[in-house]
Design a protein around this ligand. Structure first.
Ligand SMILES: Nc1nc2c(ncn2[C@@H]2O[C@H](COP(=O)(O)OP(=O)(O)OP(=O)(O)O)[C@@H](O)[C@H]2O)c(=O)[nH]1
Ligand SMILES: [Mg+2]
Length: 326
């Protein structure tokens, strides 16, 4: 294990923000030393409430995240923010210039980092997970993750959170389409932001009826909807901080519900499982790359492309070669 990285991790654990920033960069770059860092910080993780916020481009997610951060700071909570920026021009984002990154009146003591989403889902969720662990071990009580709800990357990132917030805005259209496409099932708290605009009541009413339809259809197919938690709908004006305290209350209530119902433990376990699977894949790739078997990979890829082998046969062949050399 690299002494320099241990040192960096220990400085971070002792409260050094610059060490935290450097470690986040290492995670973001997929540095091989990350495994050593994770080993050092793992015992210090598992405390933060991780909250994912998703919604259509320009819904006011960033404004809301910062307003929430202020509300949490007033409650004495330490806050970290991770904003995942879509790299693809097709996946949206508010018109440049209009989009909020860090507001001028940003609360102090909030650690903010934006990350570009990778083409590969796995890569993004792996590095976001690593960054969340860093912020958690640094002592952040709340970690807010902002993603644009415009594709699959936010689906992957949602699996990293304990609580998911879907942000809509008045004037239905794309966001309702998004809700129909399945986001409905995953939200724990709904926000109708820009409630200063016309139509907020109608949007909230439509959301409420969709939640109801979702519960009924779950019952109809024999699923037991979660009776312990009915997702609240909070109307906010993020720009003015209106109702943001109610949103923080709803998020705290959801955390309390998760803890007392045993759902928290369940989430922690399924995240541990996902992480193990990711780590196994990373390790397998490393073992392969370091072995002489790696040179066979190109041949096998050609064989799959030429329809001589299927992917499972090729994987079996690689594993057999690895075992033979072990
Ligand atoms: N009227 C009104 N405007 C708001 C409100 N909240 C945010 N905005 C404005 O909406 C615009 C977009 O806000 P952002 O916070 O950048 O929205 P976003 O969802 O993070 O945008 P992307 O990250 O680009 O998808 C900005 O001009 C904000 O000032 C609100 O409650 N009411
Ligand atoms: Mg934003």
């Amino acid at each position: 294990m690299s002494g320099a990285l241990i040192d960096l991790a220990r400085r971070m654990l002792a409260g050094d923000r610059r060490a935290l920033a450097r470690l986040i960069t290492l995670v973001d770059d997929g540095d091989p030393g990350v495994a050593d860092v994770m080993r050092e910080i793992h015992p210090h993780t598992g405390k933060a409430h991780v909250i994912g916020l998703t919604g259509p481009p320009g819904a006011g997610k960033s404004t809301l995240v910062w307003a929430l951060a202020s509300a949490y700071r007033r409650r004495g909570r330490q806050v970290g923010i991770v904003a995942i920026d879509p790299t693809s021009p097709f996946s949206g984002g508010a018109v440049l210039g209009d989009r909020v990154r860090m507001p001028q009146d940003a609360p102090s003591g909030v650690f903010f980092r934006s990350m570009a989403s990778r083409g590969q889902l796995g890569g993004t969720s792996r590095s976001v997970r690593g960054v969340v662990h860093l912020l958690d071990s640094f002592g952040k009580d709340v970690v807010l993750i902002e993603t644009v709800g415009a594709g699959q990357s936010d689906v992957a990132v949602r699996s990293l959170a304990h609580t998911t917030v879907v942000v809509s805005v008045p004037g239905l259209g794309d966001d309702i389409q998004m809700l129909k496409a399945g986001i409905l099932e995953i939200a724990d708290v709904y926000v109708v932001n820009k409630a200063d605009r016309e139509g907020a009541d109608r949007t909230a009413a439509q959301l409420a009826s969709m939640i109801e339809v979702g519960r009924e259809s779950a019952l109809a197919v024999g699923q037991q909807p979660d009776e312990g938690w009915i997702p609240p709908i909070v109307r906010t004006v993020a720009l003015k901080g209106e109702n943001v305290d109610q949103l923080a209350d709803a998020l705290d209530a959801h955390r309390a519900y998760l803890l007392q119902s045993g759902r928290w433990e369940h989430i922690v376990r399924s995240q541990a499982e996902a992480e193990l699977e990711e780590a196994l894949l990373v390790r397998l790739e490393q073992v392969l790359a370091a072995s002489s078997v790696a040179s066979q990979k190109e041949h096998l890829i050609s064989d799959i492309a030429a329809r001589k082998l299927d992917a499972y046969q090729a994987a079996d062949a690689l594993l057999a070669m690895l075992r033979a050399r072990a």
